[in-house]
Design a protein around this ligand. Structure first.
Ligand SMILES: C[S@@+](CC[C@H](N)C(=O)[O-])C[C@H]1O[C@@H](n2cnc3c(N)ncnc32)[C@H](O)[C@@H]1O
Length: 234
């Protein structure tokens, strides 16, 4: 979907469908991970915020400073109209690959499905590299970049483990709300930062995916065996 990286695509989509929509996960699904890395008083940048309810749910849970940006003018206008006077909330149309913020401005940058969108657009490698460089620039020295993504993380790690940023990356997984059978049943959360000290056990989606496939094979083989025995006994 090459258009996922284009403002015009998102403007059009939000004009046609202004209803709130959360990609991948609602706040409840990632609340514990966010709470491990982000303090309630931290300055948070929600990058590519769209019309997700994540910022509002975080504010309701006590996070005090959420700066939301999106490349789509349409969604920014809609969200300003909806949440504009909420304390600790700001909205601005901005391109995540060229941030209009001073260096070392935020304690945390949260990216839910934005990196994935850029990866689906034209010039994806250059754009994701630019975005990560901007995140690294605007994060305070002990800040954290949290990327919520889908699928196997290796491709995202090739960007996040860039030595220029000097980030340690911890990969965590979150179960999808409704995983279709045979789909990878997890979302991936990459927690990146220079000042990270927490080490948490990682379950890679690849490991879980292969365990699930082995289980499916076992079930299938038992079914074939039963059919064969039934056929012989007939
Ligand atoms: C897949 S949606 C995710 C929306 C929201 N974060 C969520 O989790 O539901 C991607 C969002 O990123 C925005 N976007 C795409 N490219 C962008 C860019 N270069 N800078 C800022 N936002 C961008 C789109 O307008 C869209 O709202």
């Amino acid at each position: 979907m090459a258009q996922y990286g284009k403002a015009s695509y998102w403007d059009d989509r939000y004009t046609k469908d202004p209803e709130p929509f959360d990609w991948y996960q609602r706040y409840d699904g990632i609340k514990d991970i966010l709470g491990t890395y982000i303090k309630k008083e931290d300055q948070i940048l929600m990058s590519g915020a769209g019309n997700s309810r994540l910022s509002e749910d975080m504010a309701t849970d006590g996070y005090r400073s959420l700066f939301n940006i999106d490349i789509s003018k349409v969604v920014v206008e809609q969200m300003v109209a909806k949440t504009g006077d909420r304390m600790g909330f700001e909205w601005k149309q901005m391109d995540a690959t060229s941030l209009d913020f001073a260096d070392e401005n935020f304690d945390a940058v949260v990216d839910k499905a934005l990196m994935d969108s850029l990866l689906c657009g034209e010039g994806s490698t250059a754009n994701v590299n630019k975005m990560c460089a901007e995140v690294s620039r605007v994060l305070k020295p002990k800040g954290v970049y949290i990327v919520i993504s889908y699928g196997i993380p290796d491709n995202r790690l090739s960007y996040l483990e860039n030595k220029d940023f000097n980030w340690s990356v911890t990969v965590k997984t979150v179960r999808k709300f409704r995983a279709p059978r045979h789909a990878v049943p997890l979302h991936v959360v990459c927690c990146c930062g220079t000042g990270l000290t927490t080490t948490i056990t990682t379950t890679t989606s690849r490991g879980l995916w292969s365990r699930r496939r082995w289980f499916d094979c076992l079930v299938l083989n038992r079914w074939v065996l039963c059919c064969a025995i039934g056929w012989i006994l007939d």
